[in-house]
Write a protein that binds this ligand. Structure first.
Ligand code: XMP
Length: 317
C-alpha cells in the first residue's frame, strides 16, 4: 500500500536525479502546497533551493513575520521581500475584482522575477501545483480559474526561461497534508485554512488602501483567533471576513455613528468547489461581533454570510 512516507521518499529520490546540482527558485505563499513542495525539494537539493516569500501587504495580521519564522525554523533557504507599497500603488483606484487580481498577479511576477534574477544560474521554477489546480484551470470559468495562474506564477517560466518542477501535481489536498505530516512540517502551516493568492485584496470590496487592509486585518484576526480559542477552527474549512463598501448608522454612548460594515464568512467544504455555510454557535457569533465592534475603530456593524456555494461563491469577489 501507498503511504505518505513512501511518496516522500520516492519523490525526493526522483528530484535528486532530475535536479542534480541545478538551482531552483520557488515562491512560498504561506499555504500548505507551496510549503510542502519546498520541503520536498529542499530535502533533495538543500541550499540549491532558493525560496522567495513576498509580503504583498494583503496577508493576514502578523502573517508575514510568523510564517517567515516558521520557514526559517524548518531550515529553508528563504528570503522575505517587503513589497507592500508596490502592491498598494498598483491597486490604487481599482475596484473591479478581476482588475485587482490582474494587478496583484502582475506585481507579484515583477517582484518575484526581480528577486529571482539575483540568484545566479537558476534553471528551475519550483511550484506547489496540485492535481485540482490543473483540473480547475481547464474546467472552471470563474474567479478562481483566473488566479490559479497567478498563484502558480503563470507566465514566469516562459519569461525567465525556466523549466518547471511540480512535485505535488498528482496529489489532492488531503494527500499533500499527509505528506506534509510525514515530513513533520509545522501544524501551524499544515492545518491552516486555504487563503486566496490575492489575499485581503479580494475581501475588501471596492478599491484597496493600506488603511482598509489594517481594519480588515484586525477584524479577521478577532474572528480567526476566536475560532481557534473556541476549538472549532478545524471544523471549518475556510473562514474570513469581508470589508463592505457601505456604511451604516449606529449608536455609541449617546453619539450617532456612521461607519463600516463587515461580513464574516465560514464554510464547510471538501474541495472548495461546493460549500455550505458553517452553523457556528450563536453565542460565539455574538462574542466575536461584540469584540469586533468594541475593538476595531471604524466598524459598527457585523453580519454573517449564510449563503451556500452554489449559487454564491466562498469569496465575495
Ligand atoms: P470561490 O470564491 O470561487 O473560492 O468559491 C473557491 C476557493 O478558491 C479560493 N480563491 C482563490 N484562490 N486566487 C486563489 O489563489 C484567487 O483569485 C481565488 N479566488 C478564490 C477561495 O479562497 C476558496 O478557497
Amino acid at each position: 500500500d501507498w503511504t505518505p512516507d513512501m511518496f516522500a521518499e520516492t519523490v525526493i529520490a526522483e528530484l535528486k536525479e532530475q535536479l542534480g546540482d541545478d538551482k531552483v527558485v520557488l515562491g512560498l505563499s504561506g499555504g500548505v502546497d507551496s510549503s510542502v513542495a519546498a520541503i520536498l525539494i529542499h530535502k533533495a537539493i538543500g541550499e540549491n533551493l532558493h525560496c522567495i516569500f513576498v509580503d504583498n501587504g494583503l496577508l493576514r495580521k502578523n502573517e508575514f513575520e510568523s510564517v517567515l519564522d516558521s520557514y526559517k525554523g524548518m531550515g529553508l533557504n528563504v528570503k522575505g521581500v517587503d513589497a507592500k507599497d508596490q502592491f498598494y500603488e498598483a491597486l490604487k483606484g481599482i475596484s473591479d475584482p478581476e482588475g485587482k487580481r490582474k494587478a496583484i498577479g502582475r506585481v507579484f511576477i515583477e517582484v518575484f522575477d526581480q528577486e529571482a534574477q539575483k540568484i545566479t544560474g537558476v534553471k528551475w521554477l519550483g511550484q506547489g501545483t496540485i492535481y485540482p489546480d490543473i483540473i480547475e484551470s481547464v474546467s472552471v470559468k470563474g474567479p478562481s480559474a483566473t488566479i490559479k495562474s497567478h498563484h502558480n506564477v503563470g507566465g514566469l517560466p516562459e519569461k525567465m526561461n525556466l523549466k518547471v518542477v511540480e512535485p505535488l501535481k498528482t496529489l489532492f489536498k488531503d494527500g499533500v497534508r499527509n505528506v506534509g505530516r510525514s515530513l513533520e512540517i509545522d501544524q501551524n502551516i499544515l492545518g491552516r485554512h486555504p487563503f486566496p493568492g490575492p489575499g485581503l485584496g479580494i475581501r475588501i470590496l471596492g478599491d484597496v488602501t493600506a488603511e482598509k487592509v489594517a481594519i480588515l486585518q484586525e477584524v479577521d484576526y478577532i474572528f480567526v483567533e476566536g475560532l481557534k480559542k473556541r476549538g472549532i477552527y478545524d471544523e471549518v474549512w475556510q473562514a474570513g471576513s469581508m470589508l463592505l463598501p457601505v456604511q451604516s448608522v449606529g449608536v455609541m454612548g449617546d453619539e450617532r455613528t456612521y461607519e463600516r460594515v463587515v461580513a464574516l464568512r465560514a464554510v464547510t467544504s471538501v474541495d472548495g468547489m461546493t460549500a455550505d455555510w458553517s452553523h457556528l454557535p450563536y453565542d460565539f457569533l455574538q462574542d466575536v461581533s461584540n469584540e469586533i465592534i468594541n475593538k476595531v475603530k471604524g466598524v459598527n456593524r457585523v453580519v454573517y454570510d449564510i449563503s451556500s456555494k452554489p449559487p454564491a461563491t466562498i469569496e465575495w469577489e
